[in-house]
Design a protein around this ligand. Structure first.
Ligand code: FAD
Ligand code: UDP
Length: 400
C-alpha cells in the first residue's frame, strides 16, 4: 500500500466521501468497511509518520520486533471482531503470561492457585485456595475489590495480601491514586483467578500475536483501491468546526468524518483539558538471549517503573545474543507537551467534561467520534474494533 507524507497542494476534500482522522484501529476499521461495503472513496489523515496508532510495531536495527507504544497482546471473546481482524493477518499462538515481582519472588498475575502457594506456603496456600473455591467456585474470576468485601478471616487474609502486594503500589505508580480511589473496573481488569490457568487473559478464546506484526495487519486493512492514506498531517490544520458544519480546507464538507483523536483538542481545550495518564517508555537493548522468563514482569512492591516487557518473549522471535526490554514510567499527561495521552482517567467529573465536548459535536450530523481517545474510554484493541464496526454499520445503513 502507498502512504503519502503530507497533503498534496491540490488536495480536494470533495473528491472523498469520507475523511478519517487517525490510522489506528478505530480509523482503519471504518475506512476499510466504508470503502468495501459502501464504495466510499476514503482519505485517512494521520499526524504521526506511520499507521497503526498505538499498536504500531517495527523491526529495530537487530531485527527485533518492538512495540513502539507499549506491549500489545491481542485477546478477545468477540467472534465478529476476531473474524474481521483475521482477514488481515494470521495469528501466531501466544498466551500472555505475567509474573509479579513481589519482594523478589516472581508469582503469577492474575493471582492464582500457584501464587497462593508461593505467597503462603504449600499447605496454607492449599487451605486458602480450598476456601476460595468453596466460596466462589473453581475457575472463576473475582475482582480484588469484591474479595475485600468478605469478612471471613481466611478470605480477608488473602484479600489483604493481594491488595497490598499486587495492587496498592502498582496502582499508585500507574495512576497516582490507591485502588480504592480509582474506578473499580480498572483493577477489575486483573481479577484474582481461582484456578490454575496462569494466563493474563484467562479463558479468552482468541489470543495471539499477528504472525508478522501489527503494522502489516494495518497495511493490509488499509490496502484498498478506494483508500488513500496521508501521514504527517494534523487534521486540526485543515478542519474548522462550526456549530452545524465542518469546513475542510476552507470549504463546507458534505461527506462523512470519522474522528479518532481527543475531542478537547478540536476545541483548543477551551472547556478545560481532559485528564490522561501518559507513559515514558525506556527501551534497552541487552547483549543476552533472554532477560526474564515471561513477556511482562510487573514490579508490584518496588521500583519506580510499573513493568518490564521483553518483546522476544511475546513474539517468539529467535535473535541470538540480543534482546530488547522496555520499562514503563507513568505520570500525568500535559497537553501540548508532545506526550501521548495513553489512558483516560475514569472519574465522573472527567466524564462530565467529556460529555460537554461531545455535546459540541452532536449537531454535526456527519461527524463521528470513535475510539479510545475520541470516546474517552479504557478500550482494548478488540473493544475499539467492535466500536468501529458498529459505527461503520450505522454509516453504511444511512447510505444504503
Ligand atoms: P489510537 O491507536 O491512539 O489511534 C488514534 C490515531 O489518531 C493516532 O495514531 C493519532 O496519531 C491519530 N490522531 C489523533 N488526532 C489526530 C489529528 N488531529 N490528526 C491526525 N491524526 C490524529 N489493547 C489490547 O487489546 N491489548 C494490549 O495488550 C494493549 N496494550 C496496551 C498497552 C499500552 C501501553 C496502551 C497505552 C494501550 C494498550 N492497548 C492494548 C490498547 C490499544 O492501544 C488501544 O485499544 C488501541 O490502539 C486504540 O485504537 P484507536 O484507534 O482508538 O486509537
Ligand atoms: N494492576 C495492579 N497490579 C498488577 C496489574 C494490574 O495494581 O500487577 C492494576 C493497576 O491499577 C492497573 C490495572 O490493574 O492499572 C489494569 O492493569 P492492566 O494490566 O490491564 O493495565 P494495562 O495493560 O492496560 O496498562
Amino acid at each position: 500500500m502507498q502512504i503519502t507524507s503530507g497533503l498534496p497542494e491540490n488536495f480536494n476534500p470533495d473528491a472523498y466521501d469520507m475523511i478519517v482522522v487517525g490510522a489506528g484501529y478505530a480509523g482503519a476499521v471504518c475506512a476499510r468497511r466504508l470503502a468495501e461495503n459502501a464504495g466510499f472513496h476514503v482519505a485517512v489523515l494521520e499526524r504521526r509518520d506511520h499507521i497503526a496508532g498505538n499498536a504500531y510495531d517495527y523491526l529495530d536495527e537487530n531485527g527485533i520486533l518492538v512495540h513502539k507504544y507499549g506491549p500489545h497482546i491481542y485477546h478477545t471473546f468477540n467472534e465478529r471482531v476476531h473474524n474481521f481482524l483475521s482477514r488481515f493477518t494470521k495469528w501466531a499462538d501466544y498466551q500472555h503470561k505475567v509474573l509479579a515481582n513481589i519482594h523478589g519472588t516472581l508469582m503469577p498475575v492474575p493471582f492464582n492457585h500457584q501464587s497462593l502457594k508461593l505467597a503462603f506456603g504449600e499447605e496454607r496456600g492449599e487451605q486458602l485456595f480450598n476456601k476460595l473455591v468453596d466460596t466462589f467456585g473453581r475457575d472463576v474470576k473475582v475482582s480484588i475489590m469484591e474479595l475485600r468485601k468478605k469478612s471471613d478471616p481466611d478470605l480477608a487474609e488473602v484479600a489483604d495480601y493481594v491488595f497490598e502486594n499486587v495492587f496498592l503500589h502498582y496502582t499508585m505508580k500507574q495512576w497516582g491514586q490507591t485502588p480504592d480511589q480509582i474506578d473499580p473496573s480498572i483493577t477489575g481488569r486483573v481479577p484474582v483467578f481461582i484456578g490454575d490457568d496462569d494466563r493474563y487473559f484467562p479463558q479468552a478464546p482468541y489470543q495471539g500475536m499477528p504472525a508478522d506484526g501489527y503494522t502489516p495487519l494495518f497495511e493490509r486493512m488499509l490496502d484498498h483501491d478506494l483508500i488513500d492514506v496521508y501521514c504527517d498531517i494534523d487534521a486540526r490544520d485543515i478542519f474548522e468546526i462550526g456549530d452545524t458544519i465542518v469546513r475542510v480546507c476552507g470549504k463546507v464538507y458534505g461527506g462523512e468524518i470519522v474522528y479518532t483523536g481527543p475531542l478537547d483538542e478540536l476545541f483548543n481545550l477551551d472547556l478545560g483539558a481532559l485528564p490522561y495518564r501518559t507513559l515514558d517508555m525506556k527501551f534497552e537493548t541487552l547483549d543476552m538471549d533472554q532477560f526474564q522468563p515471561v513477556g511482562t514482569v510487573n514490579y508490584t512492591t518496588s521500583e519506580d517503573f510499573t513493568r518490564i516487557t521483553e518483546f522476544k518473549n511475546m513474539t517468539g522471535q529467535v535473535v541470538p545474543g540480543k534482546t530488547v526490554i522496555m520499562k514503563e514510567y507513568s505520570h500525568a499527561y500535559e497537553p501540548g507537551s508532545g506526550q501521548t495521552p495513553y489512558y483516560a482517567i475514569l472519574e465522573p467529573e472527567n466524564r462530565a467534561l467529556y460529555e460537554r465536548y461531545l455535546e459540541r459535536v452532536q449537531d454535526l450530523s456527519n461527524f463521528h467520534p470513535v475510539g479510545r481517545l475520541a470516546e474517552y474510554r479504557y478500550y482494548d484493541m478488540d473493544a475499539v474494533t467492535d466500536s468501529a464496526l458498529n459505527l461503520s454499520d450505522e454509516i453504511i445503513a444511512c447510505h444504503a
